[in-house]
Design a protein around this ligand. Sequence first.
Ligand SMILES: [Zn+2]
Length: 563
Amino acid sequence: MQLGSTELRVYEGRGFVAGWRFTIQFSDGTRRLDLLVDEWFPRSAPRAALIDRPDFLTWPHVERDGVLCLLPGTAAVDPTNPAGAARVTIGSACELIEECVAGSNTDDFRQEFLSYWNWALPEKHEAFYSLLAPAQPTRAIRVWNGKPFALLADSDQDISRWLTNRRGEKDVDDLPSGGLFLWLDAALTPAEYPASGGALLELVRSAGGIEILERLVKANPNRIVIALGAPTSNGPCVAVVSAWRPLAKTYPKGRSRNPVQDGFRPGKMPARMLIQRYVAGGQVVWSPVERVDTDWILGRNKSAHIERLLAARVVVLGCGSVGAPVALALIQAGVSNMTLIDPDSLKWANTTRHPLGASSVGRNKAEALTEHIRRDHPHVGDISAHPRRWQDVMRTSPDVYSTATLIFSAMGDWEAEGGLNEWHVASGRRFPIVYGWTEPFACAGHAVAICGEGGCFNCGMSNVGVAVSTRTSWNAATVRQEPACGANYQPYGAVALGHVVSAIAGVTLTYLTQDVSQSSEVVWSGEEEFLKACGGSWTATPGTANSLVKRPWERRPDCPTCA
Ligand SMILES: [Zn+2]
């Protein structure tokens, strides 16, 4: 039977334009099933909905309107075979319904907890972010009851660092208060969601949280936030249940009675009774939780070296068009502690090849980039800026350098980098310094990592700071001058630069995560057509267009710095 507009209205908001109803024999009797398609069919998959079904959240994979979740979001449909797609949909719907009838898939409620918890929520709900480590044990936590979100964490320091990163140096208006994190052996099924204060109290008791709850209730707050955590086969899940204090009752004569303390003088009520009246007598509200902790934020990188990156401290010298994107790539890869140093401010003409745009023009590059990193990656640890030359920072705060795990320099200035190399050699080259730069028009790029063994930076550079092996040669001068004295620049765009930035960031990550003791160089060679169009040609230095070449950075016997 083809569905009319009345039957389709049941699925409002889904965008279905046609549907057919079937009656199908299942092991426990007949049930009606709708096959539904939207206007994108046959490019989109048809959906199935079950008409004869038990209450919502009795069976997994059945949404509120009866539509079944059959395909993962990534499944592809063959648009040349619509009948085949319909057959597959009905086939998997029947399979799912038989599993539901047999009760063999109730564990899906636990393993995919977050879907069902979110389906069960009231339409309007408070947003919770979590910095908690989603793991045992059951413990006391801290809750920042802010707007437009509340924040859960294991300590006040975690809350204040995250908020300061995210919102700048605004005063923290509301101080955190106490909360409770319950670690459960398994995620809850909908039948186990605590719908009443009594059920919540039972859950707290079973997870060993009753003593912490007693302490929280004694402070008599408006509400107590109880976070639930549990393992699933797809990683841990977190949700929040708020226990609201019972409302005061007002009697006709205007006397109001406190339903929690009533009958006892303040502080004299037995803890067990206090809890009973507060939690069991109050209202329970469910909320979703979005994890913002470092493990979750960086979890998609799947880097085997994440612990090492988190522990590292990187100093970035030069926050221009090479230094700034490399710094951001390192942050996204998992570096969490960074000092950014640059004396210059961002100009309008920088914005076409710098990650910061017009809103940062006029600001010091190191300070603006630091603020950008903190605001957009608030899970980071210690990110700080020095709006000065590296030599000035060395004079006043030498610890910045001596405690680094790695220094990355994109200063592209021989006075500065030659001096940095001298300091590196004199201090024993105990940790790597990576130097990164582009050749004209970003047709080629270099990342040179200097370690304890092999050459120092000067070994591969002339005494005026020109690399001994360049990849490109040019008939005419490539440096352009602004109509101002001494204001030179290399013309290149963000697209050609992107390859060079990736190469440099890659080398820096290698030296951060692996125990390499040998100095080396990686050279990127870009598009040949682009090189020729810019008026350049390749030199005899090894390499082919669009490729990376890695080679040792050798010692030079007559190097003025290290020989
Ligand atoms: Zn040397």
